[in-house]
Structure formats: structure tokens, C-alpha cells
Write a protein that binds this ligand. Structure first.
Ligand code: HEC
Length: 163
């Protein structure tokens, strides 16, 4: 005759294995999308850290009239690249809110408005680079163009970045 009953110990052992397996599956599920989100957010923060670092030589002109030609030119070339990179740094998977990211859910709810801010930022960075090519100094034309970029940072943060 086949033995179908399990001892209490066998049941306990089997169920603890099942609980463990369920726990592994659950924690795997809890992370679904999360590694991709985390990676996208890490890339995004790095892009903005570099944007801030490369805006510094321009900010120095606005703040204290310090114009380092070589630094400004190098930074503007990088800002052009980085402003394009920023446009790709907001995949929907990364819309997970705080504390992981300060990117507000409004970005994805008002994507057209957000994309407009990104494209204005790109346009103003490109214009500043062009103005710098002809001005080659901390002129009022340079400062006007630089001011527009600075306003883009603030304008976007005010609307779409958590404090
Ligand atoms: C179109 C919108 C937009 C523009 C333009 C923009 N930012 Fe941001 N920035 C954001 C958002 C959204 C975040 C939050 C990113 C996150 O936490 O995932 C951010 C984050 C940052 C951070 C923090 C990065 C970190 O490590 O958490 C810095 C610094 C920054 N921005 C500087 C700037 C500067 C300087 C400019 C202008 C030269 C600028 N940003 C332009 C939207 C923008």
C-alpha cells in the first residue's frame, strides 16, 4: 500500500521550503522594473551632475564676470551633448517618485510641456554656443544668452523637480 501521509516534521520542512520559495519569488516580483528604474535614475542624476558642472564656467561669467575662454568653449560643447542626453533620461519606467528620484510624476503626466522645456534648453544652449563663437568674451549678448539657459534650469526645476 502506498504511503500518502506525511509526518508532522515532513510537513513542516516542506512548508518552510515553500515559504522560502514564495519569498524569493515575491522579492523577485517586488523588484520587477526596479533595476531598470534605478539604472535610468542613476544615469539621469549623473547627466544633471555633469550639466551643473559644465554650466559653472558660464555661471561664473554671470555671477562674477569671470570669463575663461577655453573653459567656456569646452563646457558649451559638453552642454550641447548633455542637453541631448537629458532628453533621453526620462523613460517612463523611471517614474517612481521620491525618495529614489526628484523627478516629479508631473513630467510623465504633462509630457508635452516637459519636452518643450527640454527642447528650449537645447535651443538656448546651442544659441549660447553660437553667440560665444562670435563674441568670445563676457559681453552683454553673451550674458543675455547665458541668462536664458540659467532660466531654463530654474524654470524646469520649479515645475518638475521636487525640492
Ligand atoms: C527640462 C527640465 C530640466 C532642465 C532644463 C534642467 N534640469 Fe536639472 N533636473 C531636472 C530634474 C527633473 C531633476 C531630478 C532628477 C532626478 O532626481 O532623477 C534635475 C536634477 C538636477 C540636479 C541634481 C542631480 C542629482 O544628482 O540628483 C542638478 C545639480 C541639476 N538638475 C542642475 C541643473 C542645471 C545647472 C541646469 C541648467 C544648466 C538644469 N539642471 C536644467 C530637470 C531639469
Amino acid at each position: 500500500m502506498m504511503r500518502v501521509s506525511m509526518s508532522a516534521r515532513q510537513i513542516a520542512r516542506t512548508s518552510s521550503v515553500l515559504v522560502l520559495a514564495a519569498g524569493i519569488i515575491l522579492s523577485a516580483n517586488a523588484q520587477t522594473g526596479t533595476p531598470a528604474a534605478r539604472e535610468a535614475i542613476e544615469v539621469r542624476k549623473s547627466v544633471f551632475t555633469l550639466i551643473a558642472a559644465n554650466f559653472q564656467p558660464v555661471g561664473n561669467v554671470l555671477k562674477s564676470n569671470q570669463y575663461d575662454a577655453a573653459e567656456v568653449q569646452k563646457s558649451l560643447a559638453r552642454l550641447k551633448f548633455l542637453s541631448e542626453e537629458a532628453a533621453e533620461a526620462f523613460p517612463p519606467v523611471s517614474n517612481i517618485g521620491e525618495p529614489e528620484t526628484k523627478a516629479k510624476p508631473d513630467i510623465w503626466a504633462n509630457r508635452a510641456e516637459f519636452d518643450k522645456k527640454l527642447s528650449d534648453f537645447q535651443t538656448h544652449v546651442t544659441q549660447l554656443a553660437q553667440v560665444n563663437e562670435t563674441e568670445k568674451g563676457p559681453t552683454s549678448a553673451f550674458k543675455t544668452a547665458a541668462g536664458l539657459v540659467g532660466q531654463d534650469c530654474k524654470g524646469c526645476h520649479d515645475s518638475f523637480k521636487a525640492k
